[in-house]
Design a protein around this ligand. Structure first.
Ligand code: AMP
Length: 113
């Protein structure tokens, strides 16, 4: 997988507003927030998009879901948040290091745009 700006954030080569970190994942505030709370949760393992995940990533993916909950609790938004993953350019993915967007703090419409 080609390196992205998120690799540099993981390696602390460029700054980010990190809100949670453990051995497997990292969460930091989006530089262009689309909601009062907008945090990106990424695996430290290089994976371009969710579609690249394999059965060996089962534990990692479950771990990230639980990390999302921890971040939401830390941010005080566990009661109402939206979790978004853009898989592929056609779905709006711009950075090809898999990431979840945790959005909260405003009303959300459905279906999403
Ligand atoms: P996506 O379109 O799903 O690939 O989302 C990429 C997200 O990364 C966008 O919401 C950007 O605002 C965000 N982003 C890009 N560069 C940075 C950065 N250096 N620090 C934090 N967020 C970033």
């Amino acid at each position: 997988m080609a390196e992205t700006i998120f690799t540099k954030i993981i390696n602390k080569e460029i700054p980010a507003d990190i809100v949670y970190e453990d051995d497997w994942c990292l969460a930091f505030r989006d530089i262009n927030p689309r909601a009062p709370v907008h945090i990106l949760i990424i695996p430290k393992k290089a994976m371009a998009q969710l579609n690249d995940a394999e059965s060996g990533d089962r534990e990692l993916l479950g771990h990230i879901m639980l990390a999302v909950n921890r971040v939401a609790e830390k941010e005080g938004v566990a009661d109402a948040y939206r979790l978004v993953l853009n898989n592929g350019a056609g779905a709006g993915q711009e950075i090809f290091h898999m990431h979840f967007h945790l959005l909260a703090g405003r009303p959300f419409s459905w279906p999403p745009g």
